[in-house]
Design a binder for this molecule. Structure first.
Ligand code: FAD
Ligand code: SIN
Length: 530
């Protein structure tokens, strides 16, 4: 095994908004290696549609954005963190403009769209494909930076900690990560003085998800195995409007469609059903409310989907605001300027994750984390739309600043043990992986979805126990592949979600259980300790 390309000052795991923001700041003075699973554009960042929330309009205030965030988060948010992120939003947008992100403008000013739960228009965007533009600008800047080495096709397996040191120092530090080079099949040790975990969410624990294929919670699982606490994993966000289509399974219809006037109808009764669920806010109620309303209509009337309709708006307006979605739907035979779009809720965002403080520090010395893999206190029990990319920018920057400010305290990594695969063989039963993937995602959807009960959660916990033995056995016998690494992490995250859900004896935000329908007076985080 070679250590050549793998020694860095700082190792960043993930090339999405959080990872690249951290890398660009760190690269002012440090040499950074960024690892990504598959392509450098494989994370959720490139898929983001709606935009980024920031107070930029004269009629809007930080206080309003803070209030909207905390109302959506059902009071579980950390007010101090909410203030920190929201007050840093305008500066984050400024940096993105400097990097060349071509945000939409109207008469020279940034155009602001509206999304559910926001009391003002405050979402900056690049048409309906904001994430792609952000990812492209960050990647271009990183590629041009001589201090940054970008390594795609590297699947991190586990963090390197004290137990991997050749001579145990007892420092308890994280020294980087072991990663499978998917192009050679070899496992490399990527050592560094500091590591930033930015590996995204765990959406693929669910059968239906808007998230990309690689959202298997690897960062959360690796950090947990290394000894970091995780929090609020039961707070899994379901987006109300994912396209219902038998061919295309996970195409999001942005919340901005409702923000710009889209209405939800029951296709059987023709009724605009949000009037029964949230008469005041209607389609612009927070996501948990709208997703539960759609779920209830679907179950009550035995529907496959509900209708999202914006065809009452002028066709030119619809095409101008939603060019990507319009074109995609036309390709599937749906003209959104003339007819409604069939939609269903789908898993969308992981609100819980690795516990971090305001400087992006985890429990483990040398390990920082930022973005969707974390629980910072910003989102609480439900994320407000378009606050997620914002969190990536603010925390990516905060983690980088803290590392740079304390650089003298970061020691050089010691000699670490090589990955030992002398006692494992090539897998002879790939079908086991496929079968277990499907099984996890199906029972998580059916038993740990939008509406929960203790009985369903216990059923899921039993399945997890059985699979745990089978998968660990398989992991111990065969050479690692990306699929096997992901399966192991998926199960680990499913376990954390179910255990957290069983611990919360109330309904709050995204966690709704028929056994405890009331909300406790005091909001408490669900913290799991390894
Ligand atoms: P990601 O962008 O997901 O990046 C994760 C990175 O980690 C990737 O590079 C991946 O390759 C890497 N990685 C993962 N596992 C490993 C491993 N084992 N080894 C090495 N590398 C690994 N939020 C908003 O604020 N506004 C929006 O409009 C919006 N729209 C969205 C639309 C969709 C369809 C989806 C799915 C999400 C949307 N979100 C939106 C949420 C937002 O996009 C994500 O929360 C955010 O992009 C997460 O960024 P990240 O940097 O934390 O992770
Ligand atoms: C969307 O465009 O509806 C997604 C926005 C988000 O997830 O914040």
């Amino acid at each position: 095994m070679s250590f050549t390309e793998t020694q860095a000052d700082v190792l960043v795991i993930g090339s999405g908004a959080a990872g690249l923001t951290a890398a660009l700041s760190l690269a002012e003075t440090r040499r950074v290696v960024v690892l990504a699973k598959g392509k450098l554009t494989s994370g959720s960042t490139a898929w983001a549609q709606g935009g980024i929330a920031a107070v930029l309009d004269a009629g809007d205030t930080f206080e309003d954005h803070i209030r909207d965030t905390m109302v959506a988060g059902a009071g579980l948010n950390d007010r101090d963190v909410v203030e920190f992120v929201i007050e840093n939003a305008p500066a984050s947008i400024e940096r993105l403009i400097e990097l060349g992100v071509p945000f939409n403008r109207e008469s020279g000013d940034l155009h602001l769209t509206r999304e559910g739960g926001h009391s003002h228009r405050r979402i900056v965007h690049v048409n309906d494909a904001t994430g792609w533009a952000v990812q492209a600008a960050l990647l271009k800047a990183a590629e041009e930076n001589p201090n940054i080495t970008l390594l795609p096709d590297r699947t991190c397996i586990d963090l390197i900690t004290g137990r991997h040191e050749e001579t145990y120092s007892g420092s308890g530090r994280v020294w980087g990560a072991y990663a499978l080079d998917a192009t050679t099949g070899k496992v490399e040790a990527h050592t560094a003085r500091a590591t930033v975990m930015a590996a995204g969410g765990a959406g693929r624990c669910y059968l239906f998800s808007t998230a990309p294929r690689g959202a298997t919670g690897d960062g959360i699982a690796m950090s947990w195995r290394a000894g970091a606490r995780v929090s609020n994993m039961e707070m899994m966000q379901f987006h109300p409007t994912c396209l219902y289509n038998l061919e295309v399974k996970n195409f999001l219809i942005t919340e901005a469609v409702r923000g710009e006037g889209g209405r939800l109808y029951n296709p059987r009764t023709g009724k605009r059903f949000m009037t029964y669920y949230d008469e005041e806010r209607m389609e612009l109620a927070p996501r948990d409310v709208v997703a539960r309303a759609i779920d209830a209509e679907i179950k009550r009337f035995g529907l496959d989907y509900v209708h999202l309709d914006i065809s009452h708006e002028p066709p030119e307006f619809v095409k101008e605001h939603f060019p990507t979605i319009h074109e995609k739907l036309l390709g599937l035979g749906i003209d959104m300027t003339k007819e409604p779009i069939p939609v269903v809720p789908a898993q969308h965002y992981t609100c819980g994750g690795i516990v971090v403080d305001k400087r992006g520090r985890t429990d483990l010395p040398g390990l920082y984390a930022a973005g969707e893999c974390t629980e910072s206190g910003l989102h609480g029990a439900n994320r407000l739309a378009s606050n997620s990319l914002l969190e990536c920018f603010v925390y990516g920057e905060a983690a980088a600043r803290d590392i740079l400010d304390h650089w003298d305290g970061f020691e050089a990594p010691p000699q670490v043990r090589q990955w030992d695969d002398t006692r494992v063989t090539d897998s002879d039963e790939e079908v086991v992986i496929k079968q277990n993937w499907t099984e996890i995602r199906r029972f998580m959807w059916n038993y740990v979805g939008i509406v929960r009960t203790t009985k369903r959660l216990e059923r899921a916990a039993n399945r997890i126990d059985l699979l745990h033995r089978e998968i660990e056995d398989y992991y111990g016998q065969f050479k690692v592949t990306t699929d096997l690494i992901e399966l192991r992490n998926l199960l680990q995250c499913a376990d954390l979600i179910v255990r957290s859900a069983l611990k919360r004896h109330e309904s709050r935000g995204l966690h709704f259980t028929l056994d405890y329908p009331e909300t406790d007076e005091v909001a408490k985080d669900t913290v799991l300790v390894p």
